[in-house]
Ligand binder design. Structure first.
Ligand SMILES: Cc1ncc(C[n+]2csc(CCOP(=O)(O)OP(=O)(O)O)c2C)c(N)n1
Length: 564
């Protein structure tokens, strides 16, 4: 079949069964957009900023497990997309991002809207391509999807010059990829797994340390099974929220800088840390030389480069996490394990003694309250996105997550402006759930224009903005570590959020009491329209517990240390 490069893009996306594309047009990508106009294979969502197109594709990918797709133009269209690519890269999210490029004859001449897109995307993508010949286009798209979704997933970028999308060539979509230098390990080494299992059988205080890889590998079920069969307690990272389910008796909470006392003490006291798809991020480990310092380490990861990057592994295992945990389950059949019930009881005691909590107020809404409240009212009917800041940490702490892919947040890069566009991707990919975005008054203004996308595409995203009139998380650090010098974090000068939302055609609410909040939430959920509920909350609340930067996980500042 002879078709243009632009048509090849559309046909290839169809071959990959893409049903939704996010994007924003412009000169260099117009041939592709002309074909988008003519096709009815997939729906195109027009965002209002390229950064938001990438985050929306991420929200779609993170919540559905499929590859997210976004299309942008050259020059400023592409540079706007870079923060999104970096966000997806840091959290290993599978995306294919296509950008237009100036015609091949102009590349290198500082042409209008020319930028070295592959040069820029190299450090923040898993792989990237500049298409030089039309014959390569179908193969490159096939490879891009394969690379994005296999091994350690990640974003792949394809830059296509305008003359190539105009040119006509022969189209045949390859059936298979042939990448001799890219062969991710799926199957673990059996002897290594056996050794690790023997270590587990001998340990006295083993601990499953579960990271975002568990969600990417879709092995929540297997991990819950393994924990249950062995009676080994579990701690989750921010990126793994939802894997165990909030009411699982073996879950000791989230660990890290704002982790629970019981989770951080578990990491401090364990004698065998079993790391499953986690990457020992500094926000999780605190002072690295003190992290799990009494423990031997079993380190399972699909990415060999992740192993021993930060922590010595006594039992390194490279393999797909689902396949590996299946193998661990299998080998339990002919093993005798220690009885870990004293260890579990000790951690439960910690959990009861020092639970996650906040001191509620009768006069002002505490920021944790609306999060708990939405959890009570919507629970697992909602998929929760967040922006970045205190509200993000409170959401991770207080929302009762009950399944993987229920919590959509920018963990590795910590990108403010992520929440609303990500919630668009969630709404698009999960029409049977309520898409809620918890945001702050700082973060929401970073991509507020996406309310227009919600209205135009009829996506009932509900934004709950916890308005503390501060860049709260930075204010917290200034209060605790900079003697309260609040340098450029006061956001008392604000738009009228209700009017702003209404001007976009959405539903706006401003609430100052719990009763008003309940009424607004009910109204927004019932009306199924894009909405923002601005909640005026206590200004000076701190996120606790907190492990100060550079301290060990057992050196937490607890709620009682500051407030009682
Ligand atoms: C794009 C970007 N710029 C700056 C930061 C640094 N930063 C982290 S949290 C934060 C404050 C967030 O304030 P807000 O959205 O109001 O949320 P709150 O902490 O008050 O809940 C800032 C500025 C960031 N993470 N991302």
């Amino acid at each position: 079949m002879k078709i243009t490069g632009a048509k090849m893009v559309i046909e290839s996306l169809h071959e990959e069964r893409v049903d939704t594309v996010f994007g924003y047009p412009g000169g260099a990508i117009m041939n592709v957009y002309d074909e988008i106009y003519k096709q009815n294979y997939f729906e195109h969502i027009l965002n209002r900023h390229e950064q938001a197109s990438i985050h929306a594709a991420e929200g779609y990918a993170r919540s559905t497990g499929k590859v997210g797709v976004a299309i942008v133009t050259s020059g400023p269209g592409f540079t706007n997309a870079v923060t999104g690519l970096a966000t997806a890269y840091m959290d290993s999210i599978p995306l294919v991002v296509i950008s237009g490029q100036v015609p091949t004859a102009i590349i290198g001449t500082d042409g209008f809207q020319e930028i070295d897109a592959v040069g820029i995307s190299r450090p923040c993508t898993k792989h990237n391509y500049l298409v030089n010949k039309i014959e390569d286009l179908p193969r490159i798209i096939k490879e891009a999807f394969h690379i994005a979704r296999t091994g350690r997933p990640g974003p792949v970028h394809i830059d296509i010059p305008k003359d190539i999308t105009a040119e006509v060539g022969n189209f045949e979509y390859p059936k298979e990829v042939n990448l001799p230098t890219y062969k991710p390990t799926v199957n673990y080494n059996k002897r290594q797994l056996k050794k690790a299992m023997i270590a587990i059988s001998k340990a006295k205080k083993p601990l499953l340390y579960v990271g975002g890889g568990a969600i990417l590998a879709n092995c929540g079920h297997e991990i819950r099974e393994f924990a249950k069969k062995t009676n080994i307690p579990v701690v989750e990272t921010l990126m793994a929220r939802g894997v165990m389910g909030h009411d699982n008796p073996l879950l000791m909470g989230m660990l890290g800088m704002h982790g629970e006392f019981s989770a951080n003490m578990a990491a401090y006291e364990t004698d065998l840390l079993i790391s499953l798809g986690a990457r020992f991020d500094d926000r999780v480990t605190g002072r690295l030389d003190e992290f799990a310092s009494k423990a031997k380490v079993i380190h399972v990861d699909v990415d060999p480069a992740s192993i021993e990057k930060l922590v010595k592994a006594n039992y390194p295992i490279v393999g797909d996490l689902k396949v590996t945990v299946d193998g661990m389950l299998e080998s339990l059949k002919d093993m005798e394990l220690n009885d870990y019930s004293n260890w579990v009881a000790l951690l439960k005691e910690y959990r009861e003694k020092e639970p996650l909590r906040y001191i509620d107020s009768n006069t002002v809404i505490k920021p944790q309250w609306p999060i708990e409240r939405v959890g009570k009212i919507l629970g697992n009917k909602a998929i929760i996105s967040t922006d970045v800041g205190q509200h993000q940490m409170w959401t991770a702490q207080f929302y009762p997550f009950s399944f993987p892919r229920q919590f959509i947040t920018s963990g590795g890069l910590g990108t403010m402006g992520f929440g609303l566009p990500a919630a668009i991707g969630v709404a698009k990919g999960n029409p049977d759930k309520v898409s809620i975005n918890f945001s702050g008054d700082g973060s929401i203004l970073m991509n507020i224009q996406e309310l227009m996308t919600c209205v135009q595409s009829n996506l009932p995203v509900i934004n709950i903005v916890l308005n503390n009139n501060y860049l709260g998380m930075v204010r917290q650090w200034q209060t605790m570590f900079y003697e309260n010098r609040l340098s450029e974090t006061d956001l008392s000068i604000q738009p009228d959020f209700k009017m702003l939302v209404e001007s976009f055609g959405g539903l706006g609410y401003r609430v100052t009491t719990k009763e008003e909040f309940d009424a607004a939430l009910k109204d927004a959920v019932d009306k199924k329209r894009p909405a923002m509920i601005e909640v005026i909350v206590e200004r000076n609340e701190e996120v606790l517990p907190m492990v100060p930067n550079g301290h060990a996980l057992n050196e937490m500042t607890l709620i009682g240390d500051l407030n009682e």
